[in-house]
Write a protein that binds this ligand. Structure first.
Ligand SMILES: [Mn+2]
Length: 440
């Protein structure tokens, strides 16, 4: 692209002005072309330009690039039965975080927002929720582009047939797998029409000849993500293969970015905007996507939107002190009222620790949004040494007998330096725990 040429001379009016501003003729031409196109298309989703010449100039400058929020997997209407009495709060929070996504989009002053599938848990969700989601998306002053995912596929009677989607002029359901020119970019959406498929939803996308910024939107599983069965498989090089500047993905709940051979990241999962369960790492985010111009690698910024923290803790109990340490740690936790806790204890439970265990349970129930304590991995410490009689004869029995002898603080004969009564007692309890586990 040469900057000079016969066509560059004699600019007049708008084009000359823009050219002067940018100092780059090809950019000026593009900006003007887009501006004119916008004038021609009354239905074209347009940006608020504000008042005054300088605001308008800002608007033109922004036209060279695409800046948008990528979100997915809101799973509105999720039952959340796994968190018992907290389920209602957890469900409400998914809407609250959806409002936060719109807030982030406003704060970042993005051109548009993309929802890459599974906005709803399924097509049977309460229609009041459909209206609520439409209203939340409608509160964003610029376009929102949505594709149906495998949870809410585009089928007769789906959530997408609801009149709520006519409530707001800025919300666009992308129902066709074909390129769509929008302000500043061309979208390549891949709406889903069934729950499962072995087809790569990005296969049809081809933006190689496009002069405009090309953004794909798809829902499926990128090759290499662990899964039980193939489900809407997406090639790992899908974005590069299709000539896209960026491929916005949905389906997996953790934020994940996929770099191509040259180290540029042109495809990513935004992850769910609000964590859905324990063990879902790096979720509760949206991605801010900024593409400076066609061909340039996008700049991705992960922005947290989640309201609740889901913490999984697994703790080994060896001494009564261990439970005290855990209680103190829980008492110091910041924001327990927005934290869901999954505490798994394993090891040996000493008789004198019952009270501490009860305290832990009380603190969790009183302060945390939700908590569960799994004590099935705790084995009560034996009352006496009668269990030793059950130890299989042989090496095990010999080890148990030696440990029993060394755990007696009054016995001092031929004790190695490291084998203090405490160490021997711990080892004996460990042996006891292992034997109890093999009996289960
Ligand atoms: Mn999905």
């Amino acid at each position: 692209m040469s900057a000079a040429g016969a066509a560059d001379s004699g600019y007049t009016g708008l084009e000359g002005f823009v050219r002067g501003f940018f100092g780059r003729p090809h950019v000026a031409k593009r900006v003007v072309a887009r501006h004119q196109k916008r004038q021609e298309n009354a239905h074209y989703p347009s940006r608020e330009t504000g008042k005054g010449e300088s605001r308008k100039l800002t608007g033109w400058a922004v036209l060279q690039m695409a800046k948008f929020i990528h979100t997915a997997d809101w799973q509105i209407g999720m039952k959340a039965a796994h968190v018992g009495a907290a389920a209602e709060t957890v469900r409400a929070q998914r809407l609250e975080s959806a409002r936060r996504v719109v807030q982030v989009a406003k704060e970042q002053n993005v051109e548009f927002t993309v929802v890459a599938g599974d906005t709803f848990e399924d097509n049977a969700v309460d229609r009041v929720l459909v209206q609520k989601v439409a209203d939340i998306l409608g509160s964003f002053p610029r376009p929102v582009y949505i594709i149906p995912g495998n949870h809410d596929p585009l089928v007769p009677g789906s959530v997408w047939n609801h009149p709520a989607w006519k409530s707001h002029g800025n919300v666009y359901l992308l129902a066709e797998a074909s390129p769509l020119e929008i302000d500043g970019a061309t979208l390549y959406p891949s709406p889903l029409g069934e729950k499962h498929s072995l087809k790569d939803p990005t296969r049809w996308m081809d933006a190689h000849d496009s002069k405009r910024i090309a953004v794909g939107i798809a829902h499926g599983t990128v090759e290499g993500v662990s899964q039980d069965a193939l489900d809407y498989p997406i090639a790992r090089d899908a974005a590069t293969r299709a000539g896209l500047d960026y491929l916005a993905l949905g389906h997996w709940h953790s934020t994940a970015m996929f770099a191509d051979g040259s180290g540029d990241t042109r495809m990513a999962y935004s992850g769910t905007h609000e964590t859905t369960k324990f063990g879902e790492r790096d979720s509760g985010n949206v991605l801010l996507v900024e593409i400076a111009e066609r061909g340039r690698p996008p700049r991705l910024t992960q922005i947290p939107t989640g309201g609740f923290g889901w913490e999984s803790l697994e703790e080994d109990i060896r001494e009564p002190d261990d439970l005290t340490r855990i209680r103190e740690m829980l008492e110091l936790k910041a924001d327990p009222h927005t934290t869901l806790l999954d505490l798994r204890l394993k090891g040996v439970l000493h008789q004198e620790s019952q009270a501490e265990l009860a305290r832990i349970s009380e603190i969790i129930q009183a302060r945390f949004l939700y908590g569960r304590v799994d004590t099935s991995g705790l084995i009560p410490r034996p009352d006496d040494d009668s269990w030793l009689a059950d130890v299989p004869v042989g090496v095990m029995r010999e080890v148990a007998r030696q440990l029993q002898r060394l755990s007696d603080p009054t016995g001092t004969d031929d004790r190695p330096d490291y084998a203090t009564p405490e160490v021997a007692t711990r080892a004996m309890l460990e042996l006891y725990r292992m034997l109890q586990e093999t009996k289960r």
